[in-house]
Design a protein around this ligand. Structure first.
Ligand SMILES: Nc1ncnc2c1ncn2[C@@H]1O[C@H](COP(=O)(O)OP(=O)(O)OP(=O)(O)O)[C@@H](O)[C@H]1O
Ligand SMILES: [Mg+2]
Length: 247
């Protein structure tokens, strides 16, 4: 079954949409439109009655909601209807939290305390929380922003690779059509996530003929005949719109 993203000009590049219940990766540099692409994808599904969940590990969801409310995606109403959900699964403790309580903590716990304050959510804990949301709200479209935020919870690179593979394998069994956001800026710097995902989309933002140009490119899409070229991307009132080939 094909899942329409609803992004103007995109679905036609991938035989009508994304194959359902698979895991995709969208990568690109800062401000290239990753969040916009993903909220548009969720809002399109939500308008069709499919519950969408945006898991934020970096940014406060309220900021994302405010920014996306500038577009005609009907984000606020879809949230009120519980068809579009935002979950903040980022680090819980803010700077200063421990400071306020320092006088009550004995010096023996110094090391433990600083470890707790800097603790980031691990792939396993994030997965468990996501699975609970998916079951409770019957989530069909899932976005995780971003995998980079949970990738570096271990200093051991081998362990990182193993954990990411395990995380993606588990996501594949959730029954959702999932898009993972990655901040990776070089499409040729291959990562575990790129190999493990069913599809990889790259967004570009670069200087071209003295003008900053935005483009999108489908790097891989298993089981699908797809366009491989750089396509122009514009921000419109509706969100992103993909158009002609970059010449
Ligand atoms: N109302 C608007 N109209 C046109 N373009 C906009 C509008 N609002 C934001 N933008 C563009 O969208 C960009 C942000 O898009 P988005 O948040 O989707 O990017 P991102 O790839 O998720 O960024 P980050 O890596 O910081 O998370 C801004 O840098 C700006 O260029
Ligand atoms: Mg973003």
């Amino acid at each position: 079954m094909r899942i329409q993203t609803g992004i103007e000009g995109f679905d036609g590049l991938v035989q009508g949409g994304l194959l359902s219940e698979r895991v995709y990766l969208i990568s690109g540099p800062p401000g290239c439109g990753k969040t916009t692409f993903c909220v548009q994808y969720l809002a399109h599904g939500a308008a069709l009655g499919e519950v969408g969940l945006y898991v934020s590990l970096l940014e406060c969801p309220q900021n994302i909601i405010n920014d996306m409310s500038n577009y005609s995606m009907n984000v606020v109403n879809l949230i009120k209807m519980q068809k579009l959900l935002f979950a903040d699964l980022g680090p819980r403790l803010e700077y200063g939290f421990i400071d306020e309580f320092s006088e009550y903590v004995t010096p023996d716990y110094e090391v433990g305390r600083s470890a707790v304050e800097h603790e980031a959510p691990s792939p396993a804990t994030v997965f468990k929380e996501i699975a609970a949301y998916v079951a409770e709200y019957n989530v069909k479209r899932l976005v995780i922003d971003s995998v980079s935020a949970i990738r570096f919870t271990s200093k051991d690179v081998t362990l990182q690779e193993k954990e990411m593979t395990r995380f993606i394998r588990n996501l594949k069994k959730l029954g959702c059509t999932t898009i993972l956001i990655s901040e990776m800026t070089d499409p040729t710097a291959y990562s575990t996530e790129q190999f493990a995902a069913h599809g990889v989309i790259f967004m570009h933002n670069f200087l071209y003929d003295k003008t900053m140009t935005r483009a999108i490119q489908i790097i891989k899409m298993r089981g699908t005949k797809h366009d491989c070229n750089l396509r122009n991307v514009a921000f419109t009132d509706k969100g992103l719109a993909v158009s002609d080939l970059l010449d």
